[in-house]
Design a protein around this ligand. Structure first.
Ligand SMILES: NC(=O)C1=CN([C@@H]2O[C@H](COP(=O)(O)OP(=O)(O)OC[C@H]3O[C@@H](n4cnc5c(N)ncnc54)[C@H](O)[C@@H]3O)[C@@H](O)[C@H]2O)C=CC1
Ligand SMILES: O=C([O-])CC(=O)C(=O)O
Length: 342
């Protein structure tokens, strides 16, 4: 079950420049989760506690239960040491010396809302977290789950820039759930194990900006005509809303997101550790299109994103999807950038 998420630990030592990194033969990695007591944060932390690449797991949230969540997880018989941090006065300690910071802090959607409707509340949460990261762990790799992802990544990037510590290879928007869903749906259609399916999902993380490149899926979905391809594309684009509706006011995807969050964190950690050819899609600073940020397959290395692998050849339908996504992405990016500059 964990073969993709928990790959064997590489034993090479790496030195990637962040302060207080271990210089012993085994790099000790600290992962911090911001929003650790929430619907995503708790199961994500449960999965991360099982990751042998992590020596320290710092759980941060404004919720009073957070130290208790940390005590609870600390009783699991896996090596990662778990510490809980609660409230803004403890944030700097939680962040300090982190190699990877995963951010599911912020409010989720209710039925009838778009991800953009979350902007007003979540923008300041991500801004303040990024400010603290800039001051206390400028070399950390931020993996931002908080919605709207398309705008939150520009916000974190602009804050890091203002502090003079921005490295575009160290700020990611988490789009892994779109890939996970596409693999799951294709697995069902083809009657195969979804873990054997690969597919790039490019663009961003909301509605029309989510572009599953079905022509590059392996195995190809067994769909006979174009209308079925279009219906599958729509389902992947709207899968978040499918969950929001099904939860009927109880929030959005949490468990599948935790799974996806653990998967991208593991890819980043494997790259930091020196493993080669670790590839996942994520939303990053990009010059591939007119949008300043764009999601597509990336290769991870000792300093975060090591190589942008582009998005390959798109068929005519996918090119049409890309054309529809770009104006929306540009608008979302501008909204994020304006929020920081005002
Ligand atoms: N990127 C993606 O694919 C997905 C993103 N999301 C997004 O993830 C976010 C979290 O969703 P859930 O976990 O379901 O929400 P939730 O409400 O269950 O949990 C959010 C947690 O964040 C905490 N929090 C609020 N302000 C904070 C702050 N300033 N610092 C630290 N923690 C803070 C809350 O106390 C709460 O524990 C939402 O914005 C949601 O839209 C959800 C699913 C998929
Ligand atoms: O739909 C939402 O609000 C949460 C999310 O981003 C997803 O499930 O893809």
């Amino acid at each position: 079950m964990f073969s993709r998420v928990l790959k064997p630990v590489a034993t090479v030592a790496v030195q990637n420049g962040a302060k207080n990194f271990s210089t012993s033969s085994e790099l000790k990695m600290k992962v911090m989760v911001a929003g650790a007591s929430g619907g995503i944060g708790q199961p994500l932390s449960l999965l991360l506690k099982q990751n042998p690449l992590i020596s320290q797991l710092a759980l941060y949230d404004i919720a009073p239960v957070t130290p208790g969540v940390a005590v609870d997880l600390s009783h699991m018989d896996t090596p990662a040491k778990v510490l809980g941090y609660k409230g803004p006065e403890e944030l700097a300690c939680a962040v300090a010396d982190s190699h990877v910071i995963v951010v599911p802090a912020g409010v989720p959607r209710k039925p009838g809302m778009t991800r953009d409707d979350l902007f007003n509340v979540n923008a300041s949460i991500v801004r303040d977290l990024a400010e603290c990261v800039a001051k206390n762990a400028p070399k950390a790799i931020m993996c931002i789950i908080t919605n709207p992802v398309n705008s939150m990544v520009p916000i974190a990037s602009e804050v890091l820039k203002k502090n003079g510590v921005y490295d575009p290879n160290r700020v990611l928007g988490v789009t892994t759930l779109d890939v996970v869903r596409a693999c799951s749906f294709i697995g069902t259609i083809n009657g195969v194990d979804p873990r054997c399916v690969t597919i790039p999902v490019i663009g961003g993380h909301s509605g029309v900006t989510i572009i599953p490149v079905l022509s590059q899926a392996n195995p190809a979905p067994k769909l006979t005509d174009q209308s079925k391809i279009e219906a599958l594309t729509k389902r992947i684009q709207e899968a978040g809303t499918e969950v929001v509706k099904a939860k009927a006011g109880g929030g959005s995807a949490t468990l599948s997101m935790a799974w996806a969050g653990a998967r991208i964190a593991n890819a980043v950690l494997r790259g930091l550790k020196g493993e080669e050819n670790v590839v996942e899609c994520a939303y990053v600073k990009s010059d591939l299109t007119e949008a300043k940020y764009f999601a597509n397959p990336l290769c991870f290395g000792k300093n975060g994103v090591a190589k942008n692998l582009g998005y390959g050849k798109l068929n005519a339908y996918e090119q049409q999807l890309l054309k529809a996504a770009i104006p929306e992405l540009k608008k979302n990016i501008e909204t994020g950038e304006k929020f920081v500059s005002k």
